[in-house]
Design a binder for this molecule. Structure first.
Ligand code: ADP
Ligand code: MG
Length: 703
């Protein structure tokens, strides 16, 4: 204990206690988030140079992509047809390699020195001798230091930047700094993983790991060190998840919805269809959650069209029949309005009072609505972000439903939850994720899965067409509309180029309306329209008065018009895979065969091709999610920030999923055994968690 606290004090000192760090270096380090000695220890190499596997310069051949280590034997600016800076490298093999830069001569002149060792990476070209143009390089130091590099060691290469290089903290600068640190302070880092877990998981202790991630004795040591720090990242993330779960799902203190009422029965009996087995199973799970006095905290995952809305509706009705209010929050006004129309029409005859609350309502209307919510004269409120504004107060909010939860952050979820006292929470998503991962990303939630589409649905047929076939595609639409179909034509709209995108969509709409489709009825829908305009257009399309709806991505989530069976997606190469799948889910919602046509440029990128191929190959949201995850990488895919999860520096939750599972088990067991982490061997863990993860933990508790 006393050892530990003394160690804490040392590593927590600011970096400028080191003799080699003055005010300039210190402020450059602060700018990249390095404040303490401990932070410096955690500044890991970006890669390693394996001296033993390097090619001697005499073995270089034209066209090779290599890393070479050599000593600068000559350098300078050479004037010619095109001026250049040249540094000539040599090594023990006696070969020569010329490195060439075509600009910034003064800079190269200043930073390089004859006699200095460089590691350079790039493509070898033969022009008489061997050359490398604008190589990526790393300075290894002058003779004594450089020679050491020659002895077959593994050399760490550190990330740097222009402003760090200015204070001599390029890769070499960091290497020297870390060398000083590791050998001076190494035994002083407090252990952060309890000993029994380290034993279980065969993990290196922290100081050996620090030493070997910076200056590995061998590649085996390096691997062990990396494994140890990957485990640490995953373990602390899971600890965060475990704590959240414990806090969100205390054993008691929630509402126990005992009563099953006749309204629920009536609704059931009046449905125009039978529920799927998956819907029944999920409702059972929800039912039992709601009965229990442990607050429900459940995620409902279901592919587009799997029928999540009806599940939400029954859930809300249970709350209402037990005398509580419920709120449903949706990410867009269009979706909120649509939910309102559906739910209102199904519940009106049962005497349930349903209201809509969105940002666009007039002041007078809004204050009336707020009053009805506050004094309990309404049972169900459906709305957008407007629901979480400060002045919205509920009489007794007992259940919160959040649709398309990936559109909301942890914070917004917490805010809506905070409008009640331990209300039950149901969040819904149509972005399914591979099962091995859902446990982690949604680790603080219980998960229900709707893995079955309603009976009689025909799988959507998807085709990919290049631009030069567009007129054929549009002719096909004409033919189908004459047979009674309705169609969506979707244009991309991204934030960065919103104005241009909007113009492109509007122009195309005008052109089609007065041209190719002039004998049909067309409507336009985009996010910049006023909400009553949007509502009017949606109503016309829904009732069949419009044949074609031209739209931006505002229809991505939730829009439900079963008679619309054709979807054309323009510039499909600009959409992400999950987004394409969501859009496609707007058709195929009735019993008629639906079709989705993706139109791209003649020559989309390799990644875009893979997306189109995946879309034409499968309708399965889980498979699509897997490919999407592969293409985009976990950080982007999960929007880890949105989930309030830490960014991974060295672990990858997809590639390291085995380690992730181990970390999860250990973390959950630890929190279960000792929720406060008070045992002696857990002091370091506790300290590290509070220091690095506390804010993320609190984030989930706002409201
Ligand atoms: P999503 O899961 O994408 O939100 P919805 O809840 O909007 O799906 O349902 C899609 C369509 O399927 C709606 O028109 C809905 O009325 C219908 N539906 C839902 N459940 C069933 C069922 N069991 N049988 C037939 N149709 C259903
Ligand atoms: Mg939905």
């Amino acid at each position: 204990m006393s050892d530990n606290s003394k160690a804490n004090r040392l590593v927590e000192k600011p970096v400028d206690v080191l003799r080699s760090i003055g005010p300039k270096r210190s402020s450059a380090l602060n700018k990249i988030g390095i404040f303490t000695i401990e932070d410096l220890f955690y500044y890991f190499p970006r890669r390693y140079l394996d001296r033993s596997s390097l090619l001697p310069i005499s073995k270089l051949r034209d066209g090779m992509e290599v890393t070479v280590v050599g000593k600068i034997v000559n350098m300078g600016v050479k004037r010619g047809r095109r001026n250049r800076f040249m540094a000539i490298l040599s090594d023990d093999s006696g070969g020569l390699l010329t490195c060439i830069w075509f600009s910034q001569f003064a800079y190269w002149q200043k930073i390089f020195k004859i006699g200095e060792w460089l590691a350079v990476s790039g493509k070898i070209k033969r022009f008489g001798g061997y050359q490398m143009t604008h190589p990526e390089f790393d300075r290894l130091g002058e003779d004594a230091e450089g020679k050491q590099v020659n002895t077959g060691k593994i050399i760490p290469l550190y990330p740097s930047s222009d402003s760090l290089t200015k204070v001599n903290l390029d890769s070499r600068g960091f290497r020297r700094l870390l060398q000083e640190l590791v050998y001076q302070y190494k035994s002083n880092l407090p252990e952060v993983i309890p000993e029994h877990i380290r034993k279980n998981q065969h993990l290196m202790n922290i100081n050996d790991a620090i030493e070997n991630i910076h200056f590995p004795k061998s590649f085996e040591h390096l691997q062990h060190a990396q494994r140890r720090f990957k485990f640490d990242e995953l373990f602390f993330m899971e600890l965060l998840v475990a704590f959240r779960k414990k806090k969100f799902s205390p054993e008691t203190g929630g509402i126990s919805f005992e009563h099953v009422g006749e309204k629920t029965e009536k609704l059931y009996n009046n449905l125009p269809f039978d529920l799927t087995n998956a819907q029944k199973r999920v409702l059972k799970e929800i039912r039992s959650d709601m009965k229990s006095s442990r607050p429900m905290n459940r995620l409902l995952q279901g592919d587009v069209g799997s029928g999540k809305t009806i599940v939400a509706l029954v859930t809300m009705l249970i709350a209402v029949e037990n005398g509580y209010q419920t709120a449903l929050m949706a990410p867009t006004e269009i979706l909120a309005e649509q939910h309102f129309l559906t739910i209102h029409s199904m519940l009106e005859e049962l005497g349930v009072r349903v209201l809509l609350l969105v940002g666009a309502q007039a002041k007078r209307e809004r204050s009336k609505i707020l009053e009805l919510i506050a004094n309990g004269e309404t049972d169900i409120v459906i709305g957008t972000h407007a629901l979480i504004q400060e002045h919205v107060q509920f009489h007794n909010l007992g259940l919160v439903v959040i649709d398309e939860q990936h559109r909301f952050g942890v914070l917004q979820r917490a805010e809506l939850r905070g409008k009640g006292v331990n209300p039950d929470v149901l969040v819904m998503t149509a972005t399914p994720i591979p099962r091995t991962l859902s446990m982690t990303v949604y680790g603080d939630l219980d998960v229900s899965i709707l893995n079955e589409l309603p009976k009689g649905r025909k799988p959507i047929m998807t085709h990919w067409r290049k631009e030069n076939r567009r007129s054929k595609v549009y002719q096909y639409i004409r033919d189908e509309i004459k047979k009674g179909a309705q169609a969506y034509i979707v244009f991309p709209l991204v934030e960065e180029s919103e104005k241009l995108d909007l113009k492109a969509a509007t122009d195309s709409y005008e052109k089609m309306k007065d041209g190719f489709f002039k004998d049909f009825k067309m409507g336009l829908l985009h996010g910049r329209m006023k909400s009553d305009e949007k509502e009017a257009v949606m109503k016309l399309f829904k009732s069949g008065e419009l044949d074609i709806l031209v739209s931006t991505t505002v229809i991505e989530v939730g829009v439900d018009v079963p008679n619309a069976t054709i979807m054309v997606i323009e510039h499909a190469e600009r959409f992400g895979l999950s987004q394409l799948h969501q859009l496609r889910g707007r058709v195929g919602r009735g019993i008629k065969q639906s079709i989705c046509i993706l139109i791209t440029t003649e020559n989309p990128s390799g990644e875009s091709k893979k997306r189109m191929q995946t879309m034409t190959d499968t309708n399965d949201g889980f498979k699509i999610a897997e490919v999407d995850l592969e293409l985009r990488g976990p950080g982007e895919f999960f929007g880890t920030k949105q989930h309030g999860l830490p960014e991974m520096k060295i672990a990858n939750i997809v590639q390291d999923w085995k380690l992730l599972q181990a970390a999860r088990e250990e973390a959950f067991e630890l929190v279960n055994d000792d929720p406060q982490l008070l045992k002696a061997e857990e002091i370091g863990t506790r300290h590290y968690f509070i220091k690095n993860y506390r804010d993320k933990y609190d984030l989930a508790w706002v409201g």
